[in-house]
Design a protein around this ligand. Structure first.
Ligand code: GLU
Length: 424
């Protein structure tokens, strides 16, 4: 399929529509050069591969995988790999584009990429996941690498997945290449603080926003849609600052208690039962109901399109901190703006993960490792600076935080592109 067809198929809705709309809006806002705008609307390179995998029952299943590299203007491509039944090429391109802006907004020297495999990891054994991951890595071996494109965890992939990728890549090269992925286990050169980093970065942003909006931490209430790595870590780190978690959910539904749910107890319950539902002392609640609760901070930390035209008008939170990538559609953003909801956009709110991925890559390349305190302090400095820059931009231009973050990010990428020029 031609790139034009993929882009035009996505013209009406979905994550790529959202990503392109945000880019077009930013281009208008900052007066972006037309040639650079047209170039940034398209990914630099997209790989689509078949992944034949031996299943435990003796059959062979052929999965489809993608890796989209959106931009290399500011450095090697960077971004996670997700395993999910709903992965599409359009989604992966959109997520790659968001990675470009995310790396630019925190000013780390990367472009954006994203990968995905269409599969249902919940129904696969560890052996099946390992064989699929190793074959996928083999197909990608020419396009990834510490100087080219560095994968990381994303939805339903984790440190173990990264260890398999690192090992497969290293076996192909004939020597160990830890810097080919980030989010690795500590034993393989992972960084202390990486696992919690996306949630931690999100909490730094929430803290800064609450200061600006003069919302006291004590007595504040928050709700988390998607109690996975990002959502659960954000909750764990926000609770000690004063706010109470009144609701949390996963893909199967959520739990609600207006007096507060102790975060660590819910983490333990989820570890033991595999879900948040059924937590003692809380009522069951649907994901839709959770999003519409009255609270100070709503953290959508699941998938794209959670807040859309149909429910945005019912959001009662004072602030939305986007732990997920692309949880708010452009139409929904307009409605939230009209209703005065303060949105900390994904490319800022969840950029702590890729920031500590950058630290992991730097530590790996130098083979010199930092303490967890050093990692967290550096993360805080970068997040607070990025928040301040975006907030100042939003004040200067009288626009919402997403438009401001996009203006900062697209401006940085455009400057790099203009300096490099178009080759040849
Ligand atoms: N998957 C994460 C994200 O969406 C992390 C990417 C990375 O660390 O490269 O930001």
């Amino acid at each position: 399929m031609a790139m034009e067809e993929i882009l035009s198929d996505a013209a009406l809705d979905g994550p790529l529509h959202a990503a392109l709309t945000q880019l077009d809006d930013a281009a208008k806002l900052i007066g972006l050069d037309d040639a650079i705008h047209h170039k940034l609307r398209k990914p630099k390179r997209v790989m689509m591969v078949s992944i034949p995998t031996a299943m435990d029952d003796g059959s062979t299943q052929v999965f489809t995988g993608y890796r989209a590299q959106h931009s290399m203007e500011r450095g090697p491509c960077k971004g996670g790999i997700r395993y999910h039944p709903d992965v599409t090429i359009e989604e992966v391109i959109a997520l790659a584009m968001w990675m470009t802006w995310k790396c630019a907004v925190v000013n780390i020297p990367y472009g954006g990429a994203k990968g995905g495999v269409v599969c249902n990891p919940k129904e696969m054994s560890v052996g099946e996941l390992e064989r699929m991951t190793r074959r996928f890595t083999t197909e990608l071996v020419e396009v990834i690498g510490p100087e080219k494109d560095i994968p990381a965890p994303d939805v339903y992939t984790d440190a173990q997945t990264m260890a398999w990728i690192m090992d497969t890549y290293s076996m192909q090269k004939g020597y160990s290449v830890p810097a080919v992925v980030t989010g690795k286990p500590i034993a393989l050169g992972g960084s202390l603080g990486r696992e919690a980093a996306t949630g931690r970065g999100c909490v730094f942003c929430i803290r800064e926003a609450m200061r600006r909006l003069e919302i006291p931490m004590d007595g504040a209430k928050f709700a988390v849609q998607g109690f996975g790595n990002v959502g659960a870590w954000a909750a764990r780190l926000l609770e000690p600052l004063g706010p109470k978690m009144m609701a949390a959910s996963d893909s199967r539904g959520g739990v609600y208690n207006p007096d507060g749910i102790p975060v660590l107890d819910l983490v333990k319950h989820k570890e033991e039962t595999g879900r948040v539902g059924g937590f003692p002392g809380a009522d069951d609640i649907s994901n839709e109901e959770l999003l519409e609760l009255e609270c100070d901070v709503l953290i959508p930390a699941a998938l794209e399109n959670a807040i859309h035209e149909g429910n945005a008008g019912n959001i009662k939170a004072t602030m939305v901190a986007e732990g997920a990538n692309g949880p708010t559609t452009p139409d929904a953003q307009d409605i939230l703006n009209d209703n005065g909801v303060f949105v900390i956009p994904d490319i800022l709110a969840n950029s702590g993960g890729v920031t500590v991925s950058y630290f992991e890559w730097v530590q790996g390349l130098q083979a010199y490792f930092w303490t967890e305190d050093e990692v967290n302090e550096r993360l805080e400095r970068i997040m607070v600076r990025a928040f301040d820059e975006v907030y100042a931009e939003s004040q200067k231009r009288s626009v919402d935080m997403r438009a401001a973050a996009m203006a900062v990010a697209v401006g940085r990428v455009a400057e790099a592109q203009a300096m490099r020029g178009i080759y040849p």
